[in-house]
Ligand binder design. Sequence first.
Ligand SMILES: [Zn+2]
Length: 254
Amino acid sequence: MPNAINVLGLFAHPDDAEFLCAGTLAHLAQRGASIHMATLTAGDCGSTNLPAAKISAVRRKEASRSAALIGARYHCLMSKDLLVFYDRPHLSKVMELVRQTRPSLVLTHSPVDYMIDHETVSHLCQSACFGAMAPNFSTGSHRPAPPLDGVPHLYYTDAFGKRDILGNKIESRLSVNIGATLKQKEEMLACHQSQQAWLKSQQEIPGTIVTMRNMAKEAGKRAGVRWAEGFRQHLGQGFPATNLLKELLGPLVR
Ligand SMILES: [Zn+2]
C-alpha cells in the first residue's frame, strides 16, 4: 500500500459503519491505512429509556471503543437523529471533516437507503468530496484546513437490506471478502451494547451480530465467498474512476 493513505468512513449514526463496512476498514487498517470513522449524529434517539444527552454520551463512547479496535479515530459531528439536512451548516461541517482528515478513499451510505438520514449523509458526503478542492468554499471553521489537492475516491456501501423503500433490489457492483476480518467486525459491533435492546424493540432486529452476519452472508453470495461487504463506486464526472479499493486490497475485491 502507498504510504500514508487516509480513509474516511462517514455515516449517519453510531454502529452504521460496523454493519456496513467494518470488515473492509479492518483490512485497510491492517495494510497501514489511517482510518477515520465519523458519524453525523451521536444516536440521540437510539433509546426508549435514556434521555437524549445520556444515550448520546453512551453511544459516542461505544463508537470510540469500536474505532479503537482497528486503531481508527472516531469523530462525531453532533447533528441530531432525524434532523440531518442538506443545508449549509451540515455541508460546512462535513466539508471541514473531509479537509481535516484528507482521505484518498471515502466510504459512505448508499444514496438510496431505508432512511433519510442515511440518504442525506450520502449526498452531503458526495458534495463534500467534490467541493473539498474548491478554495472559495469556506466552511466557516475557526481553524479551517486547507482545500484538498484532489477529489477522493468515493464508494457507497450497500443499502440496509439491499433494497430501496419500494422494495426494489439494489445490487452491489463490487464485494470485499471479509472472511479474515469478520471477527474484528463482530467485536466492533459488539461495542455498541446500548443498541441491542433498542433495535429489538424498534425494528424487531433479533440480535445485532446475527443481523450483521446475515447481511455479510447475503453480500458474500455475489462474490462466491462466505462473508462479504458490498459496494458501488461513485463514477460521476469529476470523481476518480480507477478502482482504488481493488488496488489496495487486491484479490479480496471482486
Ligand atoms: Zn443509521
